[in-house]
Design a protein around this ligand. Structure first.
Ligand code: BTN
Length: 267
């Protein structure tokens, strides 16, 4: 085990870091959470575009404090970034990662993908990818952002509990065969990097427009659970801060920053 792995007790698969374009990829057999390993590494270096990949996570983290089930066969990874942006804009990275995953899945595997706010990627209405970004700030500056991505790649749906199985899917299930995860990861990183460079050049608006084209829930009747509150209405837009704009049944409008969306009608 090397120094990078010691705090999270990660079992390192390959000591040799692989280089791919601007990225350095570190592969682990098992970690608690690739986001946590990435945070430790980010605290020890000033580098960015380091990628932590693990075969399994014993304590995968999901949004809103949930657990993320991470069996063998999935693609569980986290990217360390040091963008020159304001802390409140760090959510833009999650958006460009969601567009990247949705587009890459449809281009590589011919599956129709969609994004559900905030950043779930769905195939056939079921979740195939979730993204959890964590930001570390120093005063008013972003020190680093960890963008953690969980993709149900070669995962058997039986690995999930009954509740999850109804709402989740995997590439293996949809395609009827396994995919080459290494090739897939490289395509994702390549495509993400192009978007990341555009973001750094100030192109957030056009990146958000691309995201909206994949966001098929827009214009539909939805139910949004935000903390303990449930709101029902038409999801008519997502603003530049990533907030969901709802037109409520009484005609009023409402902006929601955090929550979960459920479609109320079939498309
Ligand atoms: C969600 O709840 O939809 C977000 C799930 C994010 C899961 C990924 S798997 C890789 C990275 N490490 C974690 O612990 N979580 C993210």
């Amino acid at each position: 085990m090397n120094a990078r792995a010691k705090k999270t007790n990660a079992k390192e698969l390959s000591r040799q870091k692989r280089k791919f374009q601007n990225f350095e990829i570190y592969s682990y057999e098992e970690v608690s959470s690739t986001n946590d390993v990435a945070k430790e590494i980010a605290g020890d270096t000033s580098q960015e575009k380091m990628v932590i990949v693990a075969e399994t996570q014993t304590f995968g983290k999901g949004r809103l404090g949930r657990r993320w089930i991470s069996p063998l066969g999935g693609l569980w990874f986290s990217v360390i970034l040091r963008p020159k942006i304001l802390p409140e804009d760090a959510t833009q990275l999650t958006f460009i990662m969601a567009s990247t995953v949705a587009e890459t899945i449809s281009q590589m595997f011919g599956l129709k993908t969609e994004i559900k706010w905030p950043n779930d990627v769905l195939v056939e209405g079921r979740k195939i990818c979730g993204i959890l970004s964590e930001t570390n700030t120093k005063k008013r500056d972003v020190e680093y952002v960890i963008v953690g991505v969980g993709i149900n790649a070669n995962v058997d749906l039986e690995s999930f509990g009954c509740n999850l199985r109804d709402n989740a899917t995997s590439l293996k299930f949809e395609l009827g065969h396994k995919i080459k995860r290494k090739v897939f990861l490289r395509r994702l990183l390549e495509s993400f990097d192009l978007r990341y460079q555009r973001l750094q050049r100030g192109q957030w608006r056009s990146l958000l427009q691309e995201w909206k084209k994949l966001a098929s829930f827009l214009g539909k009747q939805v139910e949004v659970t935000s903390f303990d509150e449930i709101s029902v209405g038409v999801a008519y837009d997502v603003d530049e801060n990533g907030a969901l704009k709802l037109k409520l049944e009484n005609g009023a409008t409402k902006k929601i920053m955090v929550g979960d969306v459920t479609l109320r009608e079939k498309s």
